[in-house]
Design a protein around this ligand. Structure first.
Ligand code: NMX
Ligand code: MLT
Length: 441
């Protein structure tokens, strides 16, 4: 048993017993009530999931096992000479609930490197897809193609006990996380770099290996990739990608099937695809204005025009958050500390900042947008563009590689805690009207 798995067992066995006892003793206590509007409007605010890895606060933002993003950026172990956390550390923290040491992180890195070989048939399948295929579709297909490797599915077929579910879920999740950077980089090089591929370097950490296989050796890109992979890793359980992974996994679909489903949700423009949409939206604005840096007034006009056309302003708003996303702030700081402080500037990052100065007022002024503040996607593309990763259709794949850390850590916990099939009830509109005694015209 590897060291991380041993540590997980140490935590999971007592926790599973505690949850069982909690349900037995307090199972009939109420957590809240819900309204007709909540049922119609995406179940916002209804607590219906248990997620151990992170918790979102509407005002403060995300905490991973109790740690805020600024705390994590300070406290998580870093690469030699590095200033941003290694994502291996956030995975360790989310999985076992303890801040990892440098040695723990090195062990996870080595563990993933050992598991990272991607079978050839995945590349063959990706090669067969039309070149016009969106990178997120390719990513999802690549994950599905890897399902041939599922030890969970193989063990289930042979007949495994419920007590073993978590163990096979752990093995699949670790293999999958280890292989995703190679699949993502393959898609990138196939689509944008003449199908010329770069072999992984097993000496590199997970995030910098991804940058390396994509073709970026610059220290700054590796630093950005480490931060990117850390801050996108999880956002409690109700977001579309996490919830979908959990839901599909609850049918005992193996981690490959469950995670691919989550990625199909991430590929929606109201969720992870918003990072590409932000860049497209800014490019349209610049095109209309004839290039260069727009003025704040021009940006205001463009936002108003977008709203008047019945479209959303990408990168703004959130289903839970009611303040500026701390992941946006982390990226602003990255720009300030590592790009501007070196005397460099980037037009796109400047525009992102100008939008931030004018958009919230306009969005709040509509009276209906509950959160006028920027989310994580408002900034990420501009930083990638700065370092020459200009292929914005690919950005959501990077989000997806990172998101594997949170949703798969959660999936292992789901199996360890014996979470059952998820199957909420539903009602018809007639049924709702009868239940509340509503009289309609
Ligand atoms: N621009 C224009 N309209 C908006 C925006 C926005 N940025 N955000 C919300 N609205 C509208 C929304 O479409 C809805 O309109 P209607 O009543 O006509 O259907 C109304 O305001 C109320 O929506 P909210 O309750 O504030 O937001 P909701 O929880 O439904 O949706 C988002 C949350 C994130 C889907 C929404 O804010 C949005 O579409 N934002 C832009 C897309 C985006 O940036 N998504 C990324 C989210 C983060 N992520 O990575 O997943
Ligand atoms: C996320 O990171 O998943 C997004 O901010 C969306 C959400 O939390 O609903």
């Amino acid at each position: 048993m590897d060291a991380l798995k041993e540590k997980f067992v140490e935590k999971a066995v007592p926790m599973a017993a505690e949850v069982k006892a909690l349900i037995k003793e307090h199972g009939d206590k109420k957590l809240g009530e819900y309204t007709v509007a909540q049922v119609y409007q995406g179940m916002k605010g209804i607590v219906g999931l248990v997620t151990e890895t992170s918790k979102l606060d509407a005002e403060e933002g995300i905490r991973f096992r109790g740690y805020t993003i600024p705390e994590l950026r300070k406290q998580l172990p870093k690469a030699v000479g590095g200033t941003e956390p290694l994502p291996e550390g956030i995975f360790y923290l989310m999985l076992v609930g303890e801040m990892p040491t440098q040695e723990d992180v090195t062990n996870v890195s080595n563990n993933w490197a050992r598991r990272s070989i991607v079978p050839k048939h995945i590349f063959d399948i990706l090669d067969k897809l039309p070149s016009s295929t969106h990178p997120m579709t390719m990513f999802s297909i690549g994950i599905m193609a890897m399902q041939t490797e599922s030890v969970f599915a193989a063990a289930y077929r042979k007949g495994m006990s419920k007590k073993e579910y978590w163990d096979y879920a752990y093995e699949d999740s670790m293999n999958l996380i280890a292989r995703l950077p190679r699949v993502a980089a393959y898609i990138y090089r196939k689509k944008y770099k003449n199908n010329e591929h770069i072999e992984p370097d097993p000496k590199l950490d997970w995030a910098s290996n991804l940058a390396h296989m994509m073709g970026y050796e610059d220290f700054n890109v590796k630093r950005l990739m480490r931060m990117y992979m850390t801050i996108h890793a999880d956002h409690e359980g109700g977001n579309v990608s996490a919830h979908t992974t959990h839901l599909v996994g609850s049918a005992l679909s193996d981690p490959y099937l469950a995670f691919a489903s989550g990625m199909n949700g991430l590929a929606g423009p109201l969720h992870g695809l918003a990072n590409q949409e932000v860049i497209i939206w800014i490019m349209h604005m610049r095109e209309e204005l004839g290039g260069g840096l727009p003025t704040k007034q021009q940006i205001e006009e463009f936002i108003k025009k977008t709203l008047s056309e019945g479209k959303v302003v990408p990168g703004y708003g959130h289903a839970v958050l009611r303040k500026t996303d701390p992941r946006f702030i982390a990226q602003q700081e990255f720009y300030k500390n590592y790009i501007k402080a070196e005397g460099k500037s980037n037009d796109l990052c400047e525009i992102v900042q100008m939008i931030y100065e004018v958009a919230p007022n306009i969005l709040a002024g509509t009276g209906k947008i509950k959160n006028p503040w920027p989310n994580v996607d408002a900034h990420s593309g501009a930083l990638l563009m700065h370092y020459g990763i200009t292929e914005f259709d690919f950005y959501t794949v990077l989000f997806g590689v990172s998101r594997s850390l949170g949703v798969l850590a959660s999936l292992i916990w789901d199996r360890a805690l014996g979470h059952p099939l998820e199957r909420p009830g539903s009602m018809t509109t007639d049924g709702i009207k009868k239940k509340i005694g509503a009289v309609t015209a």
